[in-house]
Design a binder for this molecule. Structure first.
Ligand SMILES: NC(=O)c1ccc[n+]([C@@H]2O[C@H](COP(=O)([O-])OP(=O)(O)OC[C@H]3O[C@@H](n4cnc5c(N)ncnc54)[C@H](OP(=O)(O)O)[C@@H]3O)[C@@H](O)[C@H]2O)c1
Length: 387
């Protein structure tokens, strides 16, 4: 071979390698303290260095990308053409595999290793982004695991966003920062102006609500100080089909009624919202220039008795409890709320009945619940539920 031909072959070979790599690419950013190593996976799963400049279009960061809500946010953002830098604590954990299977992930998903307590790792994930969706949070009632990581995470994300000059930060707070207030008039309508009573959360050892509230407060204070455009979402209990292979806390709320582990239901009420609506709300408030402040995300408030009744009608094959644990006191009444603010941005809520149906079907498909027998399946046919 002549030198010219050899050069041409070398050029074509390198072009082939680049093209193949592009199509099988999942970008990973592993950041250890301030040093950032970028890598991708080839079709055999082997880690390879990656050139970040190949990312096209607008880039946004989603923290806690592998979680229940964040996975749906990532899916939606990829479908809309964004390049997504998703932070996870362990990119190699099989519980994050579903992210690599999302449409567009091969070309436009970059996974960044980051803990909420690691400012440098969060900063390198947020650098170069137009927007940030901060969804990662501990979900626990252990005060040590909950409060400090939640507050530090919120502050670090806002500070990193300020340095990166991002357009907007969207934070996933919670109804826990809104309605835990024993002095609220039971007839009052819960809206975005309500805040939980911190002392009440502390005295009742409700460290999850306490942590979510102080983290949201820290986010607002830091955003004001640093001039960051912040929008906050306050979802109630989230239901709907999971993308991730594992069960999170809110899915357990439904699962326990189907596995026989809950023999009775509590004399309590709860508001519910579908995970797909929560994800869409994140994208809507990010994209709408007029969006500002907090947004309550709730479809309906139900007594546990109503939840088990819906489940029993849809899925009679499971050992769903029929008795209330508290037979003495009157049935608790659901609180009143308004979801008008997010509806004004165009969100149409999925009904909670539909959400419950889709949750159970998905838990069956993922092997968390035994599938119904054919005869039992036919008993559902009278119910008009879209799947
Ligand atoms: N589900 C609900 O009913 C509900 C209702 C209202 C608000 N929210 C809020 O929505 C957000 C997502 O919740 P989810 O239901 O999707 O829960 P989830 O599936 O448990 O997701 C939580 C995510 O946060 C990450 N995380 C936890 N501690 C972390 C830390 N120290 N550093 C870095 N990442 C950390 C987890 O990462 P790993 O995978 O590495 O553990 C996981 O990806 C949270 O902010 C939660 O408070 C949830």
């Amino acid at each position: 071979l002549g030198v010219r031909n050899q050069k041409r072959i070398n050029f074509l070979f390198s072009l082939y390698i680049q093209t193949v790599t592009h199509f099988v690419r999942i970008h990973h950013f592993a950041s250890a303290s301030s040093k950032t190593e970028a890598f991708t996976f080839d079709h055999t799963g082997k880690k390879m260095p990656v050139d970040e400049s190949t990312a096209v279009g607008k880039t946004v960061c989603v923290t806690g990308a592998g979680g229940y809500i964040a996975s749906w946010i990532v899916k939606l953002l990829l479908e809309r053409g964004y390049t997504v830098k998703g932070t996870v604590r362990n990119p190699d954990d099989p519980k994050n595999t579903h992210l690599r299977e999302l449409e567009g992930a091969k070309e436009r998903l970059i996974l960044c290793k980051a803990d909420l307590q690691d400012y440098d790792a969060l900063k390198s994930a947020i650098d170069g982004c137009d927007g940030v969706f901060h969804t990662a949070s501990p979900v626990t009632d252990d005060p040590e695991q909950m409060v400090e990581p939640a507050v530090n995470g919120a502050k670090f994300v806002i500070n990193a966003a300020a340095e990166a000059k991002v357009k907007r930060v969207v934070i996933t707070s919670s109804i826990g920062a809104v309605y835990m207030d024993p002095s609220r008039d039971p007839e009052a309508v819960v809206d975005e102006s309500c805040w939980s009573d911190l002392e009440f959360c502390k005295n009742t050892k409700n460290w999850y609500c306490y942590g979510k509230m102080v983290a949201e407060q820290a986010a607002w204070e830091t955003a004001e100080e640093k001039g960051v455009d912040l929008v906050v979402l306050n979802p109630v209990l989230v239901l709907g089909p999971p993308l991730q292979p594992t069960i999170n806390a809110s899915l357990f709320h439904v699962l326990k009624y189907l596995t026989g582990s809950a023999k009775t239901y509590a004399n309590l009420t709860q508001a519910y919202v579908d995970v797909r609506d929560v994800a869409l709300a994140h994208v809507l408030v990010y994209e709408a220039p007029s969006a500002s402040g907090r947004y309550l995300l709730a479809e309906s408030a139900l007594h546990r008795g109503e939840v088990v009744e819906i489940l029993a009608k849809l899925f009679p094959e499971y050992p769903i409890p029929t008795k209330c644990k508290d037979e003495k006191n009157p049935r608790a009444k659901p609180y009143k709320f308004t979801n008008q603010k997010i509806k004004d941005l165009g969100l149409e809520f999925t009904s909670t009945k539909q959400s419950l149906y889709d949750t159970v079907k998905s838990l069956q498909e993922k092997g968390h619940l035994p599938p119904p027998s054919t005869s039992q399946e036919s008993s559902q046919n009278g119910i008009k539920i879209e799947s």
